[in-house]
Design a protein around this ligand. Sequence first.
Ligand code: BG6
Length: 484
Amino acid sequence: PETGCLSIVVLGASGDLAKKKTFPALFHLYRQGFLPPDEVHIFGYARSKISDDDLRNRIQSYLVNDKGSSTEQLDDVSNFLQLIQYLSGSYDSEDGFRLLDKEISEHESSKISAEGSSRRLFYLALPPSVYPSVCKMIKTCCMNKSNLGGWTRIIVEKPFGRDLQSAEQLSTQIGELFDEPQIYRIDHYLGKELVQNMLVLRFANRFFLPLWNRDNIDNVQIVFREDFGTEGRGGYFDQYGIIRDIIQNHLLQVLCLVTMEKPISLKPEHIRDEKVKVLESVLPIRDDEVVLGQYEGYREDPTVPDHSNTPTFATIILRINNERWEGVPFILKAGKALNSRKAEIRVQLKDVPGDIFKCKKQGRNEFVIRLQPSEAIYMKLTVKQPGLEMSTVQSELDLSYKQRYQGVTIPEAYERLILDTIKGDQQHFVRRDELKASWEIFTPLLHKIDDGEFKSIPYKPGSRGPAEADELLERAGYVQTHGY
Ligand code: BG6
């Protein structure tokens, strides 16, 4: 393992993402011994003029577990907070970044022994509008010193642009400053346990090999639902909408893992090569295979314009033009303020030919991977109804993680991905060409929406979304199974 000083800089340290996700993820890594205090120092950097203690106080409540914390955990929290130092500065002037470099160097000189190196990780918990200037400042002022060895890596968050052109422009600007192996484009869905499990399920199980194609699979749904609205994020959300917020990144990444061919190996480049191939095989989205919605009350948020048409719900069908998937609809569905919070993949198989049991109406075989909450993998299948009658019933083969892996804590996505960055493993990060291919799929539709060619259909908060989306699902061939 690499030794020496690891400096983690959280830019945008006083913001929401840093507070809710980045610092808690760092804390969990610290508790598990991945951030040894004799090597690691954490810097928070933002514009607000606050003190070290102000930042520590802001973060603290997100580190303490709701159910009441043990003394041991409280000690860990306070020890962890002591590793954090705050610096205030702007995102486009050298002064702040020179000071940051000076502070990092001081820590390095006290911690780096003869064989140790300088490792610098910059987490940009910031809006993408400031990425170019922040990257330039890091490059100018804060790179690891070459005589010490080590590395400098940056983690960037979505949204990477608003469409193909702006994303490419951003990629070019960042690409002029950093090489691809230094850039970690984070999509936190790639850090979720059951998303990571997808390749194992598909490629380590004989069961699925012959089934996973257009001959057997009728349709696939990848669904994200939230039972709350934009909650104070209306200003941000209204500029992006549900397609850019969830579908173009999170759900599309899941789609890649469901549909890609088997990579040559688990090397990040091999996996990402296959993802790009499948993305490039996606056909243009058809207008009649899109339903958009907006929940009633969304525009009451004072930061949302009165006439906003921004979708908070979308169902979109993607079709993949290759030998494995031609003709299979991939239904991507995401919505805010719906009736439940759930993310899942539903793979529905075709009907069994020659239905001697007359059980077709009970439903089809379905394979479901529930990403959250309560991670589970289950198969819906038809069995004989127990008893004297020769009748059938739909039942489930169920692998519920809570029951099967009692006592195992499933790591948070951010925790895993930050650790991967420290290790230099880009397998679960989005490569530049992958990002480009994903914007290529959605940009024509997004432009039409921006030009007012699609209207968002109003739906009631707490509902399933617009009825038109269920109709689209039916048209795509989805058959409601018993109990769903
Ligand atoms: C974020 C979106 O990327 O993902 C949010 O910006 C959304 O709008 C969130 O709420 C959902 O993440 P998770 O992990 O709770 O499904």
